[in-house]
Design a protein around this ligand. Structure first.
Ligand code: WTA
Length: 653
């Protein structure tokens, strides 16, 4: 175990033997109270998934018209709840009010500067209705795509639900992406409108958003309208006819907007994520199955009760914010804290101050944040009363056992079950996770599959692996929350997820299952990096670099990083320019401009050649070793000629 706080290696989790049973008093009150109860449910669903989802789908969503067929599976295309009509915004709002939660807070908002708002279900319903009418007033119709590029404010949730209410398909773009990335997404989706804000708050400064959208819209011919929320009071440029203030549209809009009854399979949203090839994939989720999966998994994994206060720290720019800030918790009637800003602003105890202030009971964050908290020191935690906490969750990457133990002891006071949740943009919601009242946890393991999830680990030979044998993580049966495709690219969908292992969904991760039936995720099988829990494609970064006139060729790899999990290291061959520090900085800025700040390389090394196999493939494993072993420092950190090394290692690739 080489790393104290850093990246989890295979080594650190191969030897993990500790077992933490759910506290007895927790289990006694839990929805699912014991391992036996979990196993019985899991077996029941596995034996007849269609029967289980038929009943659950009927009981837990609102139906304008009932469905006539639970599952239509024409591999690899699934249709769930065929013939039914529902609406995700209705399930999140109208249904909650009808069940008596009208005055219950849906959102407890804390802005970074300290401004706060409590929004009840009835108030949220009115805002969403008004906003849906505002969209209609601009001519946005069912099936139209709408991009959203906003700070983490309640209006972001209003925008998503407003689209869902009228059947417009939202495509949320994380605020860290560049104008180029926004334009690519607008064009791929054919977005007719974009919703943004003047700026958002980040560490006390205004992070401009509208200005970036203005740049993007120069290259987004399909976008006719831009709605602008005033969050910070930044001066913005204005294009008459195209740009509309949020508040003006809202002032004119009626509070009456019945939810459109939508087919179960009507597209709900597209969310772009990185894959192994250059272009980000528009992952498509549809209405009923996704909504049900988000709700059910939220209730199971967090053991949610009506009096809980739930806080997921994710931004709605990522799938976690879709499923576990918006659709899951709201369709379960939860009270959700939303915080706009940075965890260390104004002080490093901001998160714990929020937990204490709102008496948060269910808390969901990412390992990269936990590693930062550890580094900042326990004194920031100890200032606050965290006794309201009941369940702690993590998502986005594996959590190394040391960070797990710190979360357990220092945040959870050894009292709160930790749910390490494995899932993906594609899966729509959590797939692997402990149920907090039923499954004993092992630090670093996402433990067992949720009911309805049938994982299979498959070796390179196509056979199922035995205990402790590593292989490709696949899923054997369709589930309601699964992606329905890649926007506009059916072939890529079949190819990426369904071609390598026949009949099973290929997740793209390696995993092993131990003798107790606990799963350990061991990282990606493809060229996807996980930087602070964010998915990045090495090829996307390489394409950005070679689009710079000075660059002949580039190779990007991940290297272990104490806080981010992985950092981006790139090896660059120049055409003729001199390898200067100024150029290094320029290339970093160039990647920022092409993709966004989140993809900016941490290290850039100049080199005269890249190690390749005889067939011309870059030897990434060798580059990864080099990137991990040496720090890139100073002006002249060019790589020595490693052709000798390369030839020594050629057999490996
Ligand atoms: C990784 C985020 C280990 C994994 C919800 C997956 C994890 C990718 C975990 C999906 C976890 C996510 N343990 N690895 N608990 N959660 N991952 O699409 O490699 O942004 O394939 O979805 O993150 O990232 P995405």
């Amino acid at each position: 175990m080489a790393d104290a706080k850093g990246i989890r290696s295979i080594d650190t989790v191969m030897h993990e033997e500790r077992l933490f049973p759910p506290p007895a008093e927790f289990s006694a009150k839990a929805r699912i109270k014991s391992l036996e109860e979990y196993e019985a449910l899991w077996n029941q669903v596995a034996a007849d998934p269609v029967a289980y989802w038929e009943k659950t789908g009927r009981d837990e969503l609102h139906w304008f018209e009932p469905f006539t067929q639970t599952l239509d599976w024409q591999e690899p295309f699934a249709k769930w709840f065929v013939g039914g009509k529902t609406n995700a915004s209705y399930n999140c709002l109208d249904k909650q009010i009808a069940e008596g939660r009208g005055d219950k807070p849906a959102i407890l908002f804390e802005g970074e500067p300290g401004d706060t708002r409590t929004i009840t279900y009835t108030e949220l319903y009115k805002l969403v209705c008004k906003f849906a009418n505002a969209l209609k007033s601009l001519g946005v119709e069912q099936g139209d795509r709408v991009s959203i590029y906003m700070p983490m404010t309640p209006e972001l949730v209003v925008a998503m639900l407003g689209c869902a209410r009228i059947g417009a398909v939202h495509s949320v773009i994380f605020g860290g992406f560049s104008a180029e990335a926004i334009a690519d997404r607008n064009n791929d989706a054919g977005a007719v409108a974009i919703i943004t804000a003047d700026a958002g708050w980040r560490r006390g400064k205004a992070l401009p958003l509208k200005a970036t959208v203005d740049e993007a819209l120069k290259k987004s011919p399909t976008v006719k309208h831009c709605i602008v929320l005033q969050r910070v009071n930044e001066a913005v440029e204005w294009t008459e006819g195209r740009d509309h203030w949020w508040r003006h549209l809202m002032a004119d809009a009626s509070e009456d907007c019945p939810a459109t009854p939508l087919d179960s399979e009507a597209p709900l949203f597209i969310l772009y994520t990185s894959g192994s090839t250059g272009k980000p994939k528009g992952i498509l989720h549809t209405t009923a199955g996704y909504n049900l999966w988000a709700k059910k998994t939220f209730e199971w994994v967090f053991d949610h009760r009506d009096d809980d206060v739930y806080w997921c720290t994710a931004d709605c720019g990522w799938i976690t914010g879709h499923s576990y800030v918006t659709y899951g918790p709201l369709s379960a009637g939860a009270t959700c804290v939303i915080y706009e800003g940075a965890p260390d602003y104004p002080e490093k105890d901001r998160f714990w101050e929020i937990v204490e202030k709102y008496k948060v009971s269910l808390f969901y964050t990412a390992p990269t944040a936990i590693r930062a908290f550890i580094k900042w020191g326990d004194e920031h935690v100890e200032k606050h009363d965290l006794s309201s906490l009941r369940v702690l969750g993590t998502v986005g990457e594996g959590i190394n056992p040391q960070a797990w133990m710190w979360y357990h002891e220092t945040i959870g006071g050894e009292r709160c079950p930790i749910v390490d949740t494995w899932w993906q943009t594609e899966t729509g919601g959590i797939m692997m996770s402990p149920l907090p009242g039923a499954i004993a946890t092992k630090p670093g393991s996402c433990t067992k599959p949720l009911p309805g999830v049938i994982p299979k680990i498959i070796g390179e030979d196509g056979e199922e692996c035995g205990p402790d044998q590593g292989g490709m993580f696949t899923i054997a049966h369709p589930w309601p929350g699964m992606l329905r495709g890649i926007w506009g690219d059916e072939e890529r969908y079949k190819d990426v997820y369904w071609s390598k292992v026949p009949g099973k969904y290929l997740a793209g991760d390696n995993s092993r299952c131990d003798r107790d039936g606990y799963y350990w995720i061991m990282g990606r099988i493809d060229d996807v990096l996980n930087v602070s829990g964010h998915r990045l494609s090495t090829i996307e970064i390489e394409s950005a670099l070679v689009s710079h006139p000075a660059v002949a060729e580039a190779a990007a790899v991940g290297r272990p990083h104490e806080l981010k999990g992985e950092a981006v290291a790139v090896f660059v061959m120049l055409k003729s320019a001199a390898p200067t520090e100024a150029l290094r900085q320029e290339l970093k800025q160039h990647v920022r401009k092409e993709i966004g700040a989140l993809a900016q390389p941490d290290d850039i090394r100049f080199t005269n050649s890249l190690p390749k196999t005889r067939s011309g493939k870059i030897m990434r494993r060798l580059l990864r070793d080099i990137a991990a072993g040496k720090e890139a420092v100073g002006d002249t950190s060019t790589l020595e000629d490693y052709s000798v090394l390369a030839s020594l290692r050629q057999d490996e690739e």
